[in-house]
Design a protein around this ligand. Structure first.
Ligand code: ZN
Length: 115
């Protein structure tokens, strides 16, 4: 994959995450004003729904941050390097998880440490 395409792809993904987060924020503020897609989860209490919305918005913001960092790394030609061990993250993994910051063994180690 050419480096420029990589950076462009990551920037697009970051923008999309940002837009989804914005849409979530608006939905949370409007208290259901944007009712384009009501789903069963919204039948839960308002507090539950709001909590879920905040969590989802937070996740999207983090995703946007990771994608933005990845796009910056791609611009420097450093995209796809594991943050922990410095090895190259396999392309197959980056295809599935474009904002991956670690190779699979390091990610598993990092996730394991959190428990
Ligand atoms: Zn690693």
């Amino acid at each position: 994959m050419p480096k420029e395409d990589q950076a462009a792809r990551l920037e697009r993904l970051a923008r999309e995450a940002h837009e989804r987060a914005e849409a979530r924020d608006l939905a949370a503020d409007g208290g259901g004003a944007s009712d384009a897609h009501h789903h069963p989860a919204e039948a839960a209490t308002d507090a539950d729904a709001r909590e879920r919305q905040l969590q989802a918005a937070l996740r999207l913001k983090k995703e946007e941050e990771r994608l933005t960092r990845a796009a910056e790394a791609a611009a420097r030609g450093e995209y796809g390097i594991c943050a922990d061990c410095g090895e190259k993250i396999p392309d197959a993994r980056l295809e599935i998880v474009p904002d991956a910051e670690r190779c699979i063994p390091c990610q598993q180690a990092a996730t394991g440490r959190r428990r």
